[in-house]
Design a protein around this ligand. Structure first.
Ligand code: SF4
Length: 197
């Protein structure tokens, strides 16, 4: 069984699932480095809420707790909500979700609304200034999902205190600029992430 949680710079990361509705060309799963030596994050099975909570000894000691994974955490929406609720009962540490923004479409629910008051920060992978490029870069399960990602960002803005969208720096400068403008127009923060392949 891979590690359920791990820490980086006093942030605790919860490895919720390996499953994803994208297959990004830059994803660690698709890079030469892959999940090689030193990595024990590939889960044999998705952890339950109890398994996640049991692996977090003292939540209060971290600067932030992040739901992520080598996959899309909000595929497991019920588990994320249950863990977040139970963490909120015992800690004031900010909770963040790193997501591809597909969840409302997948679950046919307004997921940002369901996460309000539980999740303090959300970081949504945008990765492209338009649908065509998104489909090339992220290779999603549905070719119209980009429209739903934009909708997810707008709903997140309504319900979650701090919203970030991110791009990986494998796109050219012009495209990065267009993504930044898009974030600005949506009223959310923008972060450029370095490709780590
Ligand atoms: S959304 Fe994240 S986990 Fe999913 S394929 Fe892309 S980089 Fe990998």
């Amino acid at each position: 069984m891979g590690m359920i949680t791990y820490t980086i710079d006093n942030r605790l990361y919860i490895n919720v699932t390996n499953k994803c509705t994208n297959s990004c060309i830059f994803c660690i799963r698709n890079t030469p480095r892959g999940l090689g030596e030193g990595y024990d994050l590939w889960l044999a099975k998705d952890p339950t809420a109890d398994e996640i909570l049991n692996s977090i000894k003292d939540p209060q000691k971290y600067d932030e707790i992040v739901f992520c994974g080598y996959g899309e955490p909000l595929i497991r929406l019920d588990t994320v909500i249950e863990v977040a609720k139970r963490l909120k009962e015992k800690t004031s540490v900010p909770l963040r979700v790193n997501t591809n923004g597909h969840a409302s479409y997948i679950h046919k629910k307004n997921v940002p609304q369901l996460l309000s008051n539980l999740i303090d920060r959300i970081s949504i992978s945008l990765n492209a200034p338009n649908k065509e490029r998104y489909n090339e870069i992220c290779r999603p399960f549905s070719e119209d999902i980009y429209d739903y990602v934009i909708e997810f960002i707008k709903e997140s803005k309504k319900y979650i205190k701090e919203v970030w969208v991110s791009c990986v720096d494998i796109i050219d400068e012009e495209e990065i600029k267009r993504c930044m403008e898009l974030a600005k127009n949506l009223g959310v923060n923008f972060k450029l992430r370095a490709y780590e392949g």
